[in-house]
Design a protein around this ligand. Sequence first.
Ligand code: DGL
Length: 259
Amino acid sequence: MHDPVGVFDSGIGGISVLREAARLLPHESFLYYGDNANAPYGVRSADEITALTLAALRFLVSLGVKALVIACNTATATCIDTIRNEFPLPVISTEPAITPAAKLPGSGKILMLATPATVRLDRYLSLLSRMPDPKRIVNVPCPGFVERIEQGAADADAFDDILDRCLSPWHNKKIDGIVLGCTHFVFMKNAIIRYANAHFVGPTAVFDGCKATALQLERVLHAHGILAPAEGEGRTVFLTSGDASRFDPLFHKLFTQKE
Ligand code: DGL
């Protein structure tokens, strides 16, 4: 087997990026590592997030991956420069998709949903400041969402209470877009769309960065001449720092789930 691409997240959220990458690059093999034992990262200090991320990536690199995908907005916002300095491998990162969202026509707000860490970190705030109209984008820290998703919540109704907690100030307002600025939130996309339809003045477009990250992975592998040969199907292996008997079925379910 050719060397796999390592994909990392604090937990199951990065599967949303992994499945796009595997669809786009069917000949590649992937090694996914979820640090489920330590999730959520987004309520921790920057030092803690950095230490956990580096430890997880050292583990992945020790297994012989040829590139690293940081499928975690929180880790990217916290320590992407440190990661790039430490590892002599191609590194692909994930950032909240505010750039395409900012191009939406209209004058309604765009809500950027992310972990509490992402929305307060300089890296994200600097990206935001480069938008044509930064005030149109409202940062909404969403504590509690990652925990709920890590518990395996999948039903669209399972999120209404936490959505209410973070989004009720925007009820009956014109909301043109919602950015899913955490890879976990992709797994509550249907709940968010339903919620937006019920409570906001729309239409409300929903953005995530999964496809863009997969495309960037393809570009980077190509540029380094390390794309897998176009023969045979790649393999995907899932690893977790948490309870594998609990997370393995969840990884497989989300990986094969269409949306
Ligand atoms: N999935 C991660 C992200 O994209 C964060 C989850 C966490 O708080 O652990 O930000």
